[in-house]
Design a protein around this ligand. Structure first.
Ligand code: ADP
Ligand code: RBF
Ligand code: MG
Length: 491
């Protein structure tokens, strides 16, 4: 089969859609993973009205000539912020005669460290290359796709096309600051650039991302595999370890079974959780259930995250103008450190994954398997959709940290809304300091503030949530009108 390619430049066409699972043909093994884009073919009986973006993708899939195209792409909510070159197919994939729907399949000419199912892909289609062909062998198909990659790569580097990388479609969007945890660990003063960056982030929103935290990729991968195994057990199996008030809410809670995070969530928030941990060097083994290694992973994850939180305590002590061991000495010896392992299934219309709230504790660190969901409120009331990478942690300060800092640092409202079509899974680590330690707000006159322990402070709000927000007005974080969600740049 002879295949010829020629460049036919088209009007640059922006498309944005969720990355969904394709045919699982192991194309990664063949060397060209394709980020299949979600096309809403369900317009006769739509599950929800099509957005403008969804309509644009549907029209493109319907109307454009099938064939191979060149494009640029960037992943909105995912692990890597770059704009990269793409070779893509639009059509019926005739080599596989079992496929009955058209697909849009971009092969991004870049190596990503992790998958990004559930994220949104931004694609600017810029040129047509060749028609699609039915090949007689997979070897032939693979060879031609490779050649398409080379051809597109070369063409997309020409000045004419390359200028489109700065198309407004790829304009920078808000992003959380990314901090180097190793630099925080080795810093010795408030003037160190790593500490200044931490200070700036805590004043601004209390939200930041850390990399170089020392938790191995391998442990993180094991954690997500074990969690998937755990949540796939039958309801009966999981219910054997149901969380109760007597268990200190430790254990398993099904969808609909836990408290809401916001008084404004009308329906039970759509999340399924497993909660574990305790004070200080918590080493109690979680029952392995039928999932091999689940208990070990829980213990290891807890202990590794505890170390990282101690590094951040040191950074926060310096940033607030104290001795490096301030938090460790006053309230970090035997901290209450718990982990909430959560799965957020895609929401149905009218549902929330987790309503808007501020965290009641000191420091939260989130390790999420990617996809969409976490949104942080910005000062103008819009919601910023935060990018996910399982190997970088999104950290935020809670109310207790804002209180210790005498209001200098922020505890910012955030929420989870999984409006993608795949589950979102998160390992969320909370370090709420030593429950018996007296809070000593830095820089405040002691007599101005109520004497209180960290434990009292945190449990007040937690109890209120568990009582359905009956008796605690300060937790009444008003969920503003559904304001616009601004898509953040990938991490
Ligand atoms: P599927 O059959 O589910 O589409 P693939 O083997 O085609 O599986 O792999 C696609 C997935 O691989 C994407 O959804 C994305 O998460 C991930 N991926 C990693 N690197 C790339 C890349 N360079 N281009 C496209 N997808 C990639
Ligand atoms: N499938 C075909 O059947 N015929 C093609 O000519 C063809 N060309 C492709 C070119 C590129 C650049 C890419 C990324 C894919 C192409 N495919 C083609 C689609 C391929 O069959 C599909 O991506 C894999 O089977 C994974 O689902
Ligand atoms: Mg694919």
């Amino acid at each position: 089969m002879t295949v010829t390619r020629s460049l036919q430049v088209i009007e640059p066409t922006p498309l944005r859609a969720e990355v969904i699972h394709g045919f699982g043909r192991g194309s990664k093994v063949l060397g060209f993973p394709t980020a299949n884009m979600r096309i809403r073919w369900d317009t006769n009986e739509p599950s929800s009205p099509l957005t403008d973006e969804e309509s644009a993708v549907l029209s493109f899939a319907r109307d454009i000539n099938t064939g191979i195209y060149a494009a640029y792409a960037c992943v909105d909510d995912g692990p890597d912020p770059g704009v990269y070159k793409v070779a893509m197919s639009v059509g019926w994939n005739p080599t596989f005669d079992d496929l009955k729907t058209k697909t849009i399949e971009p092969w991004i000419l870049h190596d990503y460290d992790e998958d990004f199912y559930g994220c949104h892909l931004r694609l600017l289609v810029v040129a047509y290359i060749r028609p699609e062909v039915k090949f007689n062998s997979f070897d032939e198909l693979i060879q031609e796709i490779r050649a398409d990659g080379d051809f597109c790569s070369m063409q997309l580097d020409t000045p004419e096309l390359s200028a489109l990388r700065s198309h407004s479609f790829f304009a920078p969007r808000p992003a959380l600051p990314v901090l180097d945890c190793a630099a925080i660990a080795s810093a010795e003063s408030a003037e160190d650039p790593a500490i200044r960056a931490l200070h700036g982030a805590c004043i601004e929103s209390g939200f930041f991302v850390i990399e170089n935290h020392g938790v191995s990729n391998q442990l993180i991968d094991r954690a997500f595999d074990a969690a998937t195994g755990f949540f796939s057990l039958s309801d009966e199996e999981k219910a054997q370890h149901q969380a109760t008030a007597e268990s200190g809410y430790k254990g398993y809670t099904p969808v609909g079974g836990s408290h809401n995070c916001s008084p404004n969530s009308v329906a039970p928030e759509r999340k399924e959780t497993f909660y574990f941990g305790g004070q200080g060097g918590w080493t109690e083994t979680v029952v392995d259930y039928q999932v091999e290694g689940f208990g070990d992973v829980c213990v290891e994850f807890h202990s590794e995250m505890l170390k990282v939180s101690r590094t951040l305590f040191k950074g926060l002590s310096l940033a607030l103008g104290c001795e490096a061991d301030f938090f460790e000495t006053h309230a970090g010896q035997d901290p209450a450190a718990n982990v909430l392992l959560a799965t957020y299934p895609p929401v149905n219309s009218g549902e929330t994954s987790c309503g808007a709230h501020t965290d009641c504790g000191f420091l939260t660190m989130l390790c999420s398997n990617g996809g969409r969901g976490l949104q942080v409120r910005s000062t103008d009331g819009t919601w910023i959709s935060v990018a996910s990478s399982r190997y970088k942690f999104v950290c935020n300060l809670g109310d207790l940290a804002a209180y210790w800092s005498n209001g200098v640092y922020q505890s910012t409202p955030h929420r989870v809304q999984n409006d993608s079509t795949t589950d979102r899974q998160s390992w969320i680590f909370f370090n709420n300091l030593d429950p018996n330690a007296q809070i000593k707000p830095i820089g405040a006159e002691a007599q101005e503030l109520e004497a209180m322990t960290c434990g009292e402070y945190v449990s007040r709000k937690l109890q209120s949530m568990r009582n359905n927000f009956k008796d605690c007005p300060e937790t009444d974080v008003k969920d503003p009108e559904w304001s616009e969600v601004v898509e953040a740049k990938a991490l």
